[in-house]
Write a protein of this length. Structure first.
Lengths: 304, 304
């Protein structure tokens, strides 16, 4: 009744309509059902998921003495955020700056290689029916499941003269990411009609032009997914550089964090500034490519 | 390779378009990936089956038969790593299945702040494992850590999460669950959203409550999602290294060692043969667990 009469502005109308729906017995219970669960969940999520990140931020903003107390408080002796930022980059002769450059080169190069190579495999694997497909599928799955044999891999890298070099590390990361990308590409290519290939061939395109000019542009959504998911993986990888790229000369950001931890136990503020810095690239990726990351990581959830 | 297959394809289908097909989808598209996979993944994996039977150090390689494996299964500290691998793998993946499904049901229902909750729970998945390990090492500090200070505030004496040998492995597993539950939740959300809404409506008409609907509709129909979550978290959990290394380095003593950390410790100590034997053990463990589960979960899916 009330909502038909008070047609003044949009806001009170909406409110009164909601109240009209809520006008039932046991309003407390309805309130509970509607909001309490959400409020509890949000409170729990703040305690469980936000507090650790706030702790990183706060500790990174404290001076060395206060940070060493490891307390979860706002910095009481003043904010040292920018001082710490400068310090952490200058520490040990700008090793972190070099590490960021190394990590960027590693990520960009290895993801480029794995996306192009995996798209080629996924494409031919999906389009061409042959009895070898079964074997190739098994090999792809093996690439996902089998843990890499580390010392023999080092042995192979040494034989090729690529051990402790950035190119070696790039090829390793590209290899370890291939299987995941191939599976994504194969699934996506099955949704592109074959008639398109035939039309392109009739128009005179060769296999290379057909793939790189016609098919690859159509794969853009899955290419983006692949790039984003694998970029985060490669950037965050610690085990790979630990084994195959030891030493300060080629350190990646994950290694600097690890070395920092073992060398400067007293400088918690700089350690957490380092953590904060290496959390930012994935955060940016997540903000801009939320949908693609989710799509990539949940692929297979519905089909199995 | 291309030439050997061409006559067969031509013979099978005489039309002009399919006669051209071998060149449309060239086999050499497999070669770039194939070379990487062969050289940096397949060769080391096969080589590991030889090197595992050798005493291999900087000074050379000497065939010693099964000695490495005997060492591996008689040294108490190495056996500990073997059993811990199973405990860690099963605890983390079981928890991710249960919590992931629970959270997914919660986050597909009408709840306040759904988008916020989804992003918050998922974000740790993208953060560097080493960064999270260092952060939680500080948070779980027995005296100064936030967790124990919070427990002290409510009058509970918190345990030495990472310093008590009987707790260390479980504490790391807990952080692993914290970091990985987001991906399980996302996969389950994708699975639940794919269930046709009519099933739930029909169940409601038939008088089924929320629990009955969950048990009889959601649970059986998210089986593909469960398969994905179980496989992903088992593959990750059995191979887990980074978090354990960042938080405890396998300690105190050898109480939180897993096979992957044993492999690294033996490698560091220069026992390359023993390290590779560890790799072979890990390979056998992962394959022996993952492959049967893979087939069981996929077969049931076909039946239902």
């Amino acid at each position: 009744m009330t909502d038909t009469r008070t047609l003044t502005t949009a806001d009170p109308r909406g409110r009164s309509r909601r109240r009209a729906i809520d006008r039932r017995p046991l309003t407390l219970r309805r309130f509970t059902r509607k909001y309490l669960g959400g409020i509890i969940a949000i409170a729990a999520s703040i305690v469980i998921f936000i507090v650790p990140f706030a702790f990183i931020l706060f500790t990174a903003s404290k001076n060395a003495q206060e940070a060493s107390l490891l307390q979860f408080t706002l910095p009481t002796q003043g904010w040292f955020f920018f001082e710490n930022l400068v310090d952490v980059f200058q520490a040990r002769n700008y090793v972190l700056l070099r590490a960021f450059i190394n990590s960027t080169v590693l990520t960009v190069a290895s993801v480029t290689i794995m996306v192009v190579f995996a798209a080629m495999v996924g494409y031919v694997l999906q389009r061409r029916k042959s009895r070898w497909n079964h074997v190739i599928n098994m090999l792809v799955l093996a690439g996902l499941i089998v843990p890499p044999a580390v010392v023999p891999t080092i042995w192979v890298l040494q034989g090729l003269g690529l051990f402790k070099t950035l190119p070696g590390m790039i090829l390793i990361e590209a290899t370890f990411g291939l299987s995941f990308c191939i599976l994504l590409f194969r699934a996506f290519i099955s949704t592109i009609p074959r008639e398109l290939d035939e039309a392109a061939v009739i128009d005179g395109a060769g296999p290379i032009r057909l793939f790189f000019r016609v098919i690859l542009p159509l794969l853009k959504p899955v290419v983006v997914t692949c790039i984003v998911v694998q970029a985060v993986n490669v950037f965050n990888d610690f085990t790979g550089p630990l084994y195959f790229l030891p030493g300060d000369a080629n350190a990646t950001v994950q290694l600097t964090l690890y070395n920092f931890q073992s060398q400067n136990v007293s400088q918690w503020n700089l350690l957490f500034m380092d953590i904060l810095l290496i959390t930012i690239p994935p955060l940016i990726m997540y903000i801009f490519f939320n949908r693609q990351i989710v799509a990539g990581m949940t692929s297979g959830a519905v089909k199995g | 390779m291309t030439t050997t297959l061409t006559p067969r394809t031509q013979g099978a289908s005489p039309t002009k378009a399919s006669a051209r097909r071998p060149s449309m989808y060239p086999r050499w598209f497999f070669i770039p990936s194939g070379v990487l996979y062969l050289v940096l993944f397949a060769v080391p994996t096969f080589a590991s089956f030889y090197f595992a039977f050798t005493r291999w150090s900087l000074s050379g390689v000497e065939f010693i038969g099964l000695e490495n494996f005997v060492t591996f299964f008689t040294e108490p500290m190495l056996i500990q790593g073997f059993t811990n691998t199973f405990i860690y793998g099963f605890v983390t993946s079981a928890a991710k299945v249960v919590l992931g499904l629970g959270l997914a049901v919660l986050l597909t229902g009408p709840i306040l702040g759904r988008g916020y909750l989804r992003s918050t729970i998922f974000f740790p998945v993208l953060v560097s494992t080493i960064g999270i390990g260092v952060t939680f090492k500080a948070l779980l500090d027995p005296q100064d850590g936030l967790v124990n200070q919070a427990l002290a505030a409510i009058g509970v004496a918190g345990p030495g999460w990472l310093t008590d040998p009987s707790l260390a492995l479980m504490s790391v597993a807990l952080v692993d669950i914290w970091k990985g539950v987001g991906i399980a939740t996302l996969i389950y959300i994708a699975g639940i959203v794919a269930i046709p809404q009519e099933y739930f409506e029909a169940a409601r008409v038939d008088g089924a409550g929320a629990w009955a609907a969950f048990k009889n509709i959601t649970l059986p129909l998210v089986r593909p999602a469960t398969a994905t979550v179980v496989l992903l978290s088992l593959i990750g959990g059995l191979r887990s290294f980074e978090l354990i290394w960042a938080m405890t380095k396998g300690g105190p003593g050898f109480s939180s060692d897993v096979i992957a950390s044993v492999i690294y410790k033996q490698y560091q100590a220069g026992f390359y043969g023993l390290s590779t034997a560890g790799n072979v053990v890990l390979f056998v463990v992962v394959t022996a667990i993952i492959v049967p589960i893979f087939y069981i979960l996929n077969r049931r899916q076909v039946e239902s």
